[in-house]
Design a binder for this molecule. Structure first.
Ligand code: FMN
Length: 174
């Protein structure tokens, strides 16, 4: 599976890191970040290709590269708005546009609170186009006694939405 992950400039960059942390080695990951120099050490991982957000000519910017699934975690309201309008002026917004035009799974994890009507409208528009809108909303049925456990719940739910098998959280009824 080829997976593209973009980490945008919302609070909760750590959520993108946690998403990477638990991915099986079999997943070929393409990571888009805005500042390679700052993040390259943190994101070192076998099978990971790091792209700059300004590199519009990156492999994953083309539908022909064949990315299977795309996620933006966390997703800022700025990036959300651009994706909803079809603007693709960065690699992050371009890979989202590619996922939409190729009808491939696209998951956004918007991080903002409270949400404006504009953000809500953007999410509704994208949801109607088949985008999975999956903000990091805490669940209280699964024994999360620390932040790591709560984040495993988020990541597990995101993996579920993208068809990545996991046992990161205790499911209802288990
Ligand atoms: C400390 C800090 C925290 C921020 N947190 C959020 C956030 O949680 N959600 C959000 O939508 N924007 C947040 N912003 C604003 C975005 O960083 C800003 O809109 C930026 O233009 C997003 O750029 P990008 O969409 O290209 O990543 C934050 C900004 C700062 C400085």
């Amino acid at each position: 599976m080829k997976l593209a992950l973009a980490i945008s400039g919302a609070s909760g960059v750590r959520l993108g890191e946690q998403f990477l942390r638990y991915l099986p080695d079999t997943v070929e990951v393409h990571l888009v970040v805005s500042d390679n120099a700052r993040t390259v050490d943190r994101f070192e991982r076998a099978g990971l290709t790091l792209h700059s957000d300004t590199d519009i000519a990156a492999s994953i910017a083309s539908g022909s590269f064949g990315v299977d699934a795309t996620a933006v975690i966390p997703c800022s309201m700025n990036t959300l708005a651009k994706i909803a309008c079809g603007i693709s002026d960065t690699l992050t917004t371009r890979i989202a546009a590619v996922a939409l035009k190729e009808h491939k799974p696209l998951l956004l994890a918007p991080r903002e609170m409270p949400l404006s009507a504009i953000a809500l409208e953007n999410m509704l528009k994208l949801s109607r186009l088949g985008v999975v809108i999956a903000p990091p909303v805490a669940g209280y049925y699964s024994d999360h006694d620390d932040l790591d456990a709560m984040e495993r719940f988020f990541v597990g739910k995101w993996y579920d939405a993208l068809g990545i098998e996991n046992t990161l959280y205790r499911r209802w009824g288990e």
